[in-house]
Unconditional design. Sequence first.
Length: 251
Amino acid sequence: MKNLVPVAAAVFCALAACASVHADTVRLAGATTVVNVVIAPNRAAVEKSSGHTLEINGNATGKGLVDLSDGKADAAMVSEPMDIALAAAEVAGKKLDGSRFQMHELRKDEIVFIVHANNPVGKLTLAQLSDIHTGKITNWKQVGGKDMAITVYSDALTGGTRAMVKKVVMGGTEYASSVKSLTSVSRIADLVPGDESGIGALGRGFVKADAKSKVVETTKIERPLAIVTMGAPSPKVQQVIDGFKTAAAAR
């Protein structure tokens, strides 16, 4: 009987370890835009329908892809086409092979530029926006506004919105050194309404419904909000993807 005790304990530990390995937890890392626009509003419903617990790390597109590549996440969240997401990953410190990934689009989103509500400038061309972000235009009077220096707010250095603006609006040119890079693109929605000199790019879903900021009219910039996997998704990740696709389509 004495010999059975350690044997039973060993079996119990082995089963516990096995249960831990196969726990129904899905780890998602990456774009805060995807977190705020798709994941957070639908998290409870998807956890219930899939039976899985979600572990969310909104650490920007580039870092999310690096985490996926390093096995620290089951899937990454991205807020731009795959080539731009890979560029963000390279900024985050790792050059990745795009052929290893599959993108699963959840819904479309739009990048917009907001300014303070008191700013008389209501329309800018993409060329003007490019010059503002690269530092060629530094004062609002150069685009029909007040004689006031422009303060540009940007997504995190490894963020997808920043990478998208750099490619689509700025043609790959680097941001001016004066641009204020934030920890999350959502911070732009907090800071610009309190800064008459400010401007920043963010997903339309982040724009607050108040009178303290306004969206500048310009050429429409559309992008995908998606989950990315290494190869085909595992069954539990596929269930989560399907859950968010269904939830996004219903909104």
